[in-house]
Design a protein around this ligand. Structure first.
Ligand code: HEM
Length: 273
């Protein structure tokens, strides 16, 4: 998904497209020994150019099909193991379940309507709010923009990348910050699956949200002075959260008592249901 979005962003071929492509492909040059050769190979030349744009265009169309395939795998897994729910307690009998239609169809349509409203507001009233004005200037290899920043949803990772002065260490930290999400089941070993019954986890969860907001903001600012210090604090806390806080909280926290079943948690104790 992130790669697709990156390849898409290069396609308008404005200044941010060109220089974004240059910065991101250059990350591979941090690989010791073969880095520079890999970058030339990715570019298909000695700079980002027509060949690069051409292959990025193909990849931008190809990768969404890979995403669709992964969505398919996700559905297979869902059918096999069932879905989680806000209580984190497994279903025990039919009393714990409701039919998909009309309950989920209506709930999802409502969610979709809210999303479309939000989306339409940007589309019709603020189409430029999340765009970078530099991308309205045609790609020009001779002029480097003063501040090269990616789209807003990539900013936290960009902040982590720039928080470290050493290129290889910065790239490694950025990759780790994404890959660590795949290791969550092994890092958070709490037997309780829902944050609702985990008072300590809840506090740290909101701290992580605040940390990501900070990193998003810092990632969009020039990497100097206060913002550089903020990026560094934010980056350190990000890793502390995943590698230290989660395993420790899982070990020392005393979760609140779990409901015996989903229906017990959601139906009124005295009700007839
Ligand atoms: C998960 C799926 C996708 C994501 C996240 C995505 C993301 C993006 C992004 C961020 C841009 C840059 C827009 C801009 O700044 O102007 C873009 C442009 C573009 N995308 Fe996609 N895209 C996706 C799927 C597709 C597919 C399936 C196609 C075609 C089959 C496609 C074709 C294009 C084209 C032609 C452009 C250039 C047009 C323009 O810049 O306005 N995209 N995409």
């Amino acid at each position: 998904m992130m790669a697709t979005a990156f390849f898409g962003y290069t396609l308008p071929w404005g200044q941010m497209s060109f220089w974004g492509a240059t910065v991101i492909t250059n990350l591979f040059s941090a690989i010791p020994g073969v880095g520079d050769s890999i970058v030339t190979w990715l570019w298909g030349g000695f700079t980002v150019g027509d060949q690069t744009l051409n292959r990025f265009h193909s990849l931008h169309h190809l990768l969404p099909f890979v995403i669709v395939a992964v969505v398919g795998l996700h559905l297979v897994a869902l059918h096999r193991f069932g879905s989680n729910n806000p209580t984190g307690v497994d279903t025990k009998d039919v009393g714990d379940t409701i039919p998909f239609h009309p309950y989920y169809t209506v709930k999802d349509l409502f969610g979709l309507a809210v999303l479309f409203l939000f989306f339409s507001w940007f589309l019709f009233y603020e189409p430029n709010a999340l765009l970078n004005p530099d991308n309205y200037i045609r790609a020009n290899p001779a002029v480097t923009p003063a501040h090269i920043v990616p789209e807003w949803y990539l900013l936290p990772y960009y902040a982590i990348l720039r928080a470290i002065p050493n290129k290889l260490a910065g790239v490694t930290a950025m990759l780790t910050s994404i890959l660590v999400l795949f290791a969550l089941p092994w890092l958070d070993t709490s037997p309780v699956r829902s944050g609702r019954f985990r008072p300590m986890f809840k506090v740290f969860y909101w701290l992580l949200v605040a940390d990501c907001v900070l990193l998003t903001y810092a990632g969009g600012e020039p990497p100097e002075g206060t913002w550089l210090i903020m990026s560094r604090i934010g980056a350190v806390y990000y890793f502390v959260h995943f590698f230290l806080v989660l395993p420790l909280v899982a070990r020392i926290e005393r979760p609140r008592p779990l409901p015996t079943s989903i229906s017990q948690a959601v139906l009124p104790a005295t009700g007839s249901g």
